[in-house]
Design a protein around this ligand. Sequence first.
Ligand SMILES: [Zn+2]
Length: 285
Amino acid sequence: MTLHPMKTLMADAHAGGYAVPAFNCANLEMIQCVLRTAAELRAPVILGIHPVEIAYMGSASIAVAIARGVAEDLKVDFAIHQDHGDSVETCIRSIRGGFTSVMYDGSHLPIAQNAANAREVVKIAHACGVTVEGEVGTIGMTDEFGTKLENAHLCDPEMAVELADTGIDCLAVAIGNAHGFYTETPELRFDLVEEINKRVKIPLVLHGGTGIPRDQVQQAIRMGVAKMNVGTALRYAFVKAAADTIAAEVVKDLALMTIGTAGITAGADVVRDYMDICMCAGRSK
Ligand SMILES: [Zn+2]
């Protein structure tokens, strides 16, 4: 295994015309599913672990120990990334626990405060060789905003410049994407991506990857998106597999491992699909 700072994987993707998917993982089985499938496809991959998922696993160092343990005997290039940290302290805890990348999400704050906090995270993270992702615009939930986002939630290119100036390594942009299942087909605002690209030279990150049509994702990749986050699709596969397995009455045998294994199998199909959309299979060194 090779555990990389996330920016190394993203720089290769940016140069190679593909994106590295970041899959949200909340437990051992999800991490096994993602890392084993990535190794099988020789695809670089990012484990995206949200602070809520870190709390569920116990701590940042437990999440890192699980990931390192699973990867130990695999030939896989990966990064361990903290998704959506809403405070400097949260990011510091993840860095201390061994994450190789953190997202500082100050998008709910006025831009000056968002930038000031991002600058602090960058200083600490870069001293430790850890990558930093920032966010401008509000990438909300599909059920909160629908797919027709108001301009107020979209990424303002001027603010993108202000945040990029803090030294962050990559930027999550709100360009018509949202978290959760889309209720109608999203239409990414490529005009906005073009505006951002004129002013900001770091790789972009596309959140809310579940359900964005393949052609739009690949257009976004051609325009500088080097990482795409996928949470909902993998969670759904695991939960549905668990529900179906329970319905099949494994409960009476107390076959907990059967439920986990069904999730890993169902999840692997989702990971393969998004690897294909991101065009990253076979890109590992
Ligand atoms: Zn997100």
